[in-house]
Design a protein around this ligand. Structure first.
Ligand code: FAD
Length: 435
């Protein structure tokens, strides 16, 4: 009998398999499609490859400000597509090599649970002491939008759309909006709620929308997307119905857990439409079966998937778990970037909290980079840092300093004694002023 079977080779599954081998657990990893899962094949990595193209184009647009006169240039979308695909292939090869070197038994096929110790892959029965379900999630599509694209399909598009309508103003929708806007596509976003990226601190969400509008992206908030037919999107809001003409539509209204055909019902594993129910150790209602990453529906981020796998491994090995799942940093790759960790101001309502803010434009390095949009907002309770929200250049990098401090309980007062190199964006933190 194997020590461990993992179903799904996304960042949850393959990272857990590699880690488990370091502790000599005999590990079987089953994948029905491509190693790397959503993140590597049609999520984090391909989008960030396009993001870099977009960033490059944005820099070109202001080259003149830096004394560089560019007479003419064009953007070859096909090259951006090929570059993205090459990066994915390279990284996928890297994961496969690592799994092979580590001695993970990678089996290609669709897995189904048979009993608490057995998984079936194409009629082959595999046994293990522990089973981890890491099957991820898939895009939710909506009725009357048959010809619309999912995020996976948009990433495979070979021609740059002239006009793109995006249904859903969440993280994925806004990242695509920013990228395609920079590529020269006209972008309109339709959102049911009265705000974009609803889980982010409201002030940051409002500021981001203002920046995105300035860059040319059009928003329809409080609007319901009704149908897409013959290159026309029909939406409805308080002003009545509106038709938006376009050549492509992206539906990015959320993702659903991949639970069909896993055999959950037969084993009486508890789940609902959000995902497989797990306890604080990511254990299902069956003692040796766990569910990590997107499939448990608690958090849909790649690093959550990875660290939930590490937590499960510790649990199986009987090692004390020290990973703090209350502090999961998250980044949004828009222009400018947004990054957050901890509580929002809305979540602190009723508590005796303080807000400390610092603007990018007051920072020397930001001025030299001509990246003066945005701010850092630190929320403290009794000087303890409970939330950090950044909108601005390199927010996805800056957030980790604060995340480290928060994980170690360093107060804001103590932080201000830590010398920061000059001139750097990190100094923005030192200048936070109490509101
Ligand atoms: P997945 O990565 O979905 O992997 C699950 C794997 O299980 C798949 O390979 C699937 O084929 C396999 N599988 C499913 N069922 C079976 C079965 N029955 N048998 C065998 N194999 C099976 N997150 C970030 O943190 N940062 C980002 O910048 C980011 N950008 C994103 C951009 C987009 C466009 C999208 C769609 C997502 C993005 N995400 C990002 C989210 C991130 O991709 C997911 O949170 C992450 O991939 C979840 O990892 P996972 O291991 O749980 O599942």
């Amino acid at each position: 009998m194997n020590d461990l079977i993992i179903i799904g080779a996304g960042p949850g599954g393959y990272e857990l398999a590699l880690e488990a081998r370091k502790f000599n657990l005999s590990t079987v990893l089953i994948e029905k499609a491509e190693v790397g899962g959503t993140c590597l094949n049609c999520g984090c990595i391909p989008t960030k490859s396009y993001y870099k193209n977009a960033e490059f184009l944005k820099s070109l647009n202001k080259a003149n400000k830096f004394g560089v006169n560019i007479v003419d240039y064009s953007f070859d979308f096909k090259k951006a597509l090929d570059r993205k695909d090459e990066i994915v292939t390279l990284l996928k090869g890297g994961v496969e090599t690592s799994l092979n070197k580590a001695g993970v038994n990678l089996i290609k096929g669709s897995a189904k649970l048979v009993n608490k110790n057995t998984v079936m892959v194409d009629n082959e029965m595999i046994l293990a002491k522990n089973i981890v379900i890491a099957t991820g999630s898939s895009p939710i599509m909506i009725p009357n939008f048959n010809d619309a694209l999912s995020s996976t399909e948009l990433l495979a598009l070979e021609e740059l759309p002239q006009k793109l309508v995006i249904i859903g103003g969440g993280v994925i929708g806004l990242e695509f909006a920013s990228i395609f806007n920079a590529f020269g596509t006209k972008v309109e976003v339709v959102e049911m709620l009265d705000k974009i990226i609803p889980n982010v601190d409201y002030e940051v969400s409002k500021r981001l929308m203002a920046y995105l509008k300035t860059s040319g992206i059009k928003f329809h908030l409080n609007s319901q997307a009704l149908s897409y037919d013959n290159k026309k999107v029909l939406i409805k809001n308080k002003n009545g119905e509106l038709i938006i003409e376009c050549d492509q539509v992206l539906v990015s209204v959320g993702r659903k857990p991949n639970i069909d055909g896993l055999g959950l019902e037969e084993l009486d594993i508890v789940f609902d439409k959000k995902g497989i129910k797990v306890d604080e150790n990511f254990k299902t209602n069956i003692d040796n079966i766990y569910a990590i990453g997107d499939v448990n529906g608690k958090n849909m981020l790649a690093h959550y998937a990875t660290f939930s796998g590490y937590h499960v491994l510790n649990h199986i090995l009987g090692v004390e778990n020290k990973i703090n799942f209350n502090l999961i940093p998250a980044s949004v790759f828009t222009f400018p970037e947004v990054a957050v960790v901890g509580l929002t101001e809305e979540l602190c309502e009723g508590l005796n909290y303080k807000v400390h803010k610092s603007l990018y434009r007051a920072n020397g390095k930001a001025q030299t980079m001509d990246e003066t949009d945005g701010y850092v907002k630190i929320i403290t309770i009794d000087d303890s840092i409970v939330g950090v929200h950044i909108i601005g250049e390199s927010a996805s990098v800056l957030i980790h300093e604060m995340s480290s401090l928060m994980n170690n309980g360093i107060t804001l007062k103590a932080f201000k004694n830590i010398i920061h190199a000059h001139p750097t964006l990190s100094e923005i933190y030192l200048n936070t002023i109490e509101n």
